[in-house]
Design a protein around this ligand. Structure first.
Ligand code: ARG
Length: 474
């Protein structure tokens, strides 16, 4: 008989059982479900709602059920629909009818909202930690490449030279925003919905704050209807995950380009590349391509969740069971990508001399020639036109600015003097961008200092949250 079978005269059609069950995927929530139930039963005891002895029997029984689910001896069935009812059934099998007291003052609606939050709390901490790991790899590459000049691009056309370290730091700051978004979203996840009951609260004199404290939440959701119908925290996580994926994907695209013969700026370590089954010479950036590709499913889950919630009346609706698979898949997708990314970035071989050669074969110092003329009193619009003429002449002559003689320069403007050769040297060009956030070496070093401080704060936050959660599970 079903836990809710009382008012039914027939067994459920088996297809209905199979279709409506969530146990296939919500079994992932087992440990969180039991953690929540133990806190709930301890509160029932503390508030004198159920006898002490019963509460202790239930708590011990739940521990046994947890072990049996973990070692695979417990049988989870679609007939029992979801993880909540499976656990309750197993508990009753374990300790008898007294197990039926567990669900006092609680509904699966507040229970599932609680489980989702407990799961996501851990996931957010883990993902944050993984991102900081990626940031560390990028930071190490930045530190190792403070003298590596590469062409910087706009429109994928060579624009102005930048330090490779500067380029790496751009990603460090992108990921820093991701970390900050995750940490901020954590505040909204970290509220206990338990005690909202099905939708209206409960008639029992429960203590919502006590349960919240036991589970390490910083507070409770303020409105019972909102508590059971809110999945904003899932949407927020999926949106944050989408941006993280975007950032990873953009870096992937660069890695794919840079490791092509056309760019030839980096070489991926053999351990992080794959071969072709047909072409013996191939070394493919499969990891970068696949991370880029998996961005699609993460965006998909965000769209899916938003669409599921759109138009749902308050409070809980069965539609909301669709909140899980996309969230789990997103966590797993990010976990896989981020875990690979840190060592992949760390082991990338940067071809400094190829980047250097590329910078010498472009006009990325043209702005500096224009700025030089401005320094000599020429209006920028005019100098822009003059340098355009110089570039055109070079293209016709099949050469670059630094191949010009002083006489040739002076035929375009007699403001140009012999110091121009130093001004147009790639390293000078880079170090001339000596402005906060710029690509000059000392400015990139400043960025590194700022990022290191921010990452230290992220690590402190992670440690604090991990400690809270560990204390809870002890
Ligand atoms: N399996 C359900 C879900 O994931 C649990 C809540 C079900 N509540 C209910 N009243 N049917 O959403």
């Amino acid at each position: 008989m079903k836990l809710w079978g009382g008012r039914f005269t027939k067994p459920t059609n088996q297809l209905v059982d199979e279709y409506t069950a969530s146990i296939y995927f919500d079994k992932k929530l087992a440990s969180f479900d039991i953690q929540g139930s133990i806190a709930h039963v301890e509160m029932l005891k503390a508030c004198g709602i159920i006898p002490e002895a019963d509460a202790d029997t239930i708590a011990a029984g739940l521990q046994t059920v947890a072990k049996k689910i973990e070692d695979g001896t417990a049988v989870l069935t679609a007939e029992n629909e979801d993880i909540h009812m499976n656990v309750e059934k197993l508990l009753i099998e374990e300790i008898g009818a007294v197990g039926g007291k567990l669900h006092t003052g609680r509904s699966r609606n507040d229970q599932v909202a609680l489980d989702m939050r407990l799961y996501l709390r851990e996931a957010i901490i883990e993902i944050t930690e993984l991102i900081v790991g990626v940031q560390e790899s990028l930071l190490n590459q930045a530190k190792a490449n403070l003298d590596t000049v590469m062409p910087g691009y706009t429109h994928l056309q060579r624009a102005q030279p930048v330090l490779f370290g500067h380029h790496m730091m751009a990603y460090v700051f992108m990921f820093q925003r991701d970390v900050e978004r995750l940490m901020d979203s954590f505040k909204r996840v970290n509220k206990s919905p338990l005690g909202a009951g099905a939708l209206a609260g409960t008639t029992f004199p429960i203590d919502r704050h006590l349960v919240a404290d036991k589970l390490g939440f910083t507070g409770i959701s303020e409105n019972s209807l909102d508590a059971v119908s809110d999945r904003d925290f899932v949407v927020e996580f999926l949106a944050n995950a989408s941006l993280i994926s975007t950032h990873l994907s953009r870096l992937c695209e660069e890695i794919v380009q840079w490791s092509s013969a056309e760019f030839n700026f980096v070489e991926l370590d053999d351990a992080f590349s794959t071969g072709s089954s047909m072409m013996p010479q191939k070394k493919n950036p499969d990891v970068a391509e696949l991370v880029r590709g998996k961005t699609g499913r993460v965006y998909g889950h965000l769209m899916g969740m938003l669409t599921t919630l759109k138009g749902l009346p308050l409070a809980y609706n069965k539609d909301m069971q669709e909140d899980k698979e996309g969230m789990f898949d997103t966590v797993e997708t990010l976990r896989g990508a981020l875990a690979l990314f840190a060592p992949m970035i760390e082991t990338i071989q940067v071809k400094k001399e190829k980047m250097d050669a590329a910078v010498r074969e472009d006009f990325s110092n043209a702005t500096d020639l224009a700025d030089y003329l401005v320094g000599k009193g020429m209006p920028f619009r005019e100098s822009h036109a003059v340098v355009g003429q110089v570039v055109l002449a070079c293209i016709n002559d099949n050469k670059y600015l630094l191949d010009m003689s002083l006489e040739e320069f002076q035929s375009f403007s007699n403001l140009i003097e012999s110091d121009i050769f130093n001004v147009l040297h790639p390293e000078t060009v880079v170090n001339a961008r000596d402005v906060a956030g710029g690509t000059a070496k000392n400015r990139v070093e400043e960025q590194i200092t700022t990022a290191v401080a921010a990452m230290k704060e992220s690590n402190n936050w992670i440690q604090l949250q991990v400690k809270t959660i560990r204390v809870l599970s002890e």
